[in-house]
Design a protein around this ligand. Sequence first.
Ligand SMILES: C[C@H](O)[C@H](O)[C@@H](O)C(=O)CO
Ligand SMILES: [Mn+2]
Length: 420
Amino acid sequence: MSIKESYESAKKEYAKWGIDVEKVIEQLKQIPISIHCWQGDDIGGFEMNKGELSGGIDVTGNYPGRATTPEELRSDLEKALSLIPGTHRVNLHAIYAETNGEVVERDQIESKHFENWVNWAKENGLGLDFNPTLFSHEKAADGLTLSHPDPEVREFWINHCKASRKIAEYFGKELGTPALTNIWIPDGYKDVPSDRLTPRVRLKESLDKIFEEEIDEQYNIDAVESKLFGIGSESYVVGSHEFYLGYALTNNKLCLLDTGHYHPTEMVSNKISSMLLYSDKLALHVSRPVRWDSDHVVTLDDELKEIALEIVRNEALDKVMIGLDFFDASINRVAAWTIGTRNMIKSLLYAMLVPNNHLKQLQEEGNFTERLALIEEFKTYPFGAIWDYYCDQMGVPVKETWLKDVKEYEKAVLSKRQLF
Ligand SMILES: C[C@H](O)[C@H](O)[C@@H](O)C(=O)CO
Ligand SMILES: [Mn+2]
């Protein structure tokens, strides 16, 4: 059967349940995924005074071909984007500034250092998102930034975050789509603290200063990302979930939930409905923790499907800003982006091809037998045929044929780069 024939046959199966596949496809096209640039260079960035990766995160693997210049990184992103259906966004960190060979301290970064990124985004029809970088820096060497006991260190990072919001505002103005500025800090302690409150008081004060300047939400939207633990902050993290949940709700900011930042059996999918009852929007870093916050490439696993179902069945596609956060240096990095992003989109398509309203109704009626039976049967409905047709229609490779493109790119481009 051809792609079209399989699609037509699958479409009929879904139509029996009142699912309009054509409408689903039109809707899917409109969902942007914010693709993190840092998968392409192992969170290295392009600073002239580049520091070692720190902040309690780690990239493992030594697959050759890491991007070492902004041009290489953009070219690799373009290759990945050519294999991913839809129109998406790229998520930058402050360390991806281009400073023309000059050392520019992080509290001094400006829009001009991101002009190349903006021009590139315009050429490629992309939105941009942003993150201040509060790690891999001598002023974060002791693992403390916005909650640091030293007011000078705090001031430095406050100014960095203020500068970052202005850069995001510039993205929003230039690209006509608001940039999400997400603040994540590594602050915490390796061992049991003797005072949990004081660092949190300081973090709260620092955030208040960062957000003093109102920036129009049509250009910039602020988010804060919590964490449970990091390497070296195993016992205590200042910016915990409860801390940011409270801060976001009382200050009209977005909570950003990273799927690797909770206890192993605590699921982000189970948080979305509760959080959306109390705030209009939230943001995600979809990742895959394996035993710890390991940031493995996102696979089409049960939790990913459940997250997508929660977004779709609660009609929250315009409320949840979906971003990715993984970094694997043990495999081809273009493939990593492609696999993870295609999986995120696949999960949304999967969720849109489930008779969600009928299943809700069964639950209301207490018909748990039929609810379970249908949930399970829909797992093997011909969703793959719709996905293949969608890829084909969007002009990207169908099934695993994208691997050929990646292999050719590796041979022609990546393998010519310095080994590691
Ligand atoms: C590089 C990212 O900003 C970082 O991964 C952060 O979002 C995070 O999740 C830290 O664990
Ligand atoms: Mn994250």
